[in-house]
Design a protein around this ligand. Structure first.
Ligand SMILES: [Zn+2]
Length: 80
């Protein structure tokens, strides 16, 4: 059985939503999906900022940026 990546709630397969930032392997419930969508603006700002940083180093690795975002996102959740 699937469970929500964010809150761990058990999901029937039709309850699952693809995580908009982490991709198709990650499923979340509707409640968490809404919260993530709210954070999309933050996400975009985060990505733009990271791209600028990465460009200065002349290395752009989108996986690395996503991983950084995931760490940032987990930190956001834990401080709310
Ligand atoms: Zn959830």
């Amino acid at each position: 059985m699937l469970s929500c990546y964010e809150c761990g709630k058990k999901l029937r397969f039709w309850d699952g939503y693809y995580h908009p930032t982490l991709g198709k392997k990650v499923i979340v419930c509707l409640k968490c999906f809404d919260q993530i969508e709210e954070s999309m603006e933050n996400y975009q700002n985060f990505i733009i900022r990271e791209f600028k940083n990465e460009r200065q180093r002349k290395i752009i690795d989108i996986k690395d940026i996503k991983l950084k975002f995931l760490n940032w996102w987990n930190h956001q959740k834990s401080t709310h």
